[in-house]
Write a protein that binds this ligand. Structure first.
Ligand code: RP5
Length: 152
């Protein structure tokens, strides 16, 4: 039983299809998650409230996905010591390159572990690997997953 939950936050309901695989992989590893649609720009106060209470609410890792001027992962990372994984979403005229740079170019001291554009699977696997540092049974599941070619 993995006690810590993964928070999956995304900037818009339009990002949801990209996160389907993330949920599928987390579920396969036996990790519980909670999904919230919250935008750094449209719901800044809710993002802060979620982040400030994330530790006490049992979250161990936060995955944050956003497109365009993607500030959501960075704004979350600014307000918690939980590891934050950023997923750039390909939306808008620049097809995710804008989101990639917005998410990856964090200032020193405030890291966001950035995966590829649309990299929802790697976000889930990385979240699992972070939680596995505390849970040997999860480490074993990940070993089996990698031994089978790192696919479900
Ligand atoms: C970002 O703007 C969201 O993460 C989404 O990728 C993009 C477009 O949002 P919608 O206009 O579809 O709500 O904040």
């Amino acid at each position: 039983m993995i006690a810590e939950k993964v928070g999956i936050l995304m900037g818009s309901a339009s990002d949801q299809p990209v996160l389907e695989n993330c949920k599928k992989y987390l579920a396969a590893f036996g990790i519980t998650f909670e999904e919230h649609i919250l935008s750094a720009h449209r719901n800044p106060e809710e993002v802060t409230a979620f982040t400030r209470h994330a530790e006490q609410n049992g979250f161990g890792v936060i995955i944050a996905a956003a497109g365009m001027a993607a500030h959501l992962p960075g704004v979350i990372a600014a307000q918690t010591v939980l590891p934050v994984i950023g997923v750039p979403i390909a939306s808008g005229a620049l097809n995710g390159f804008d989101a990639l740079l917005s998410i990856v170019q964090m200032p020193p001291g405030v890291p966001v572990a950035t995966v590829a554009i649309g990299g929802a699977v790697n976000a889930a696997v990385l979240a699992a690997q972070i939680l596995a540092t505390k849970h040997p049974e999860l480490r074993e599941r990940l070993r089996e997953f990698k031994a089978k070619g790192a696919r479900l």
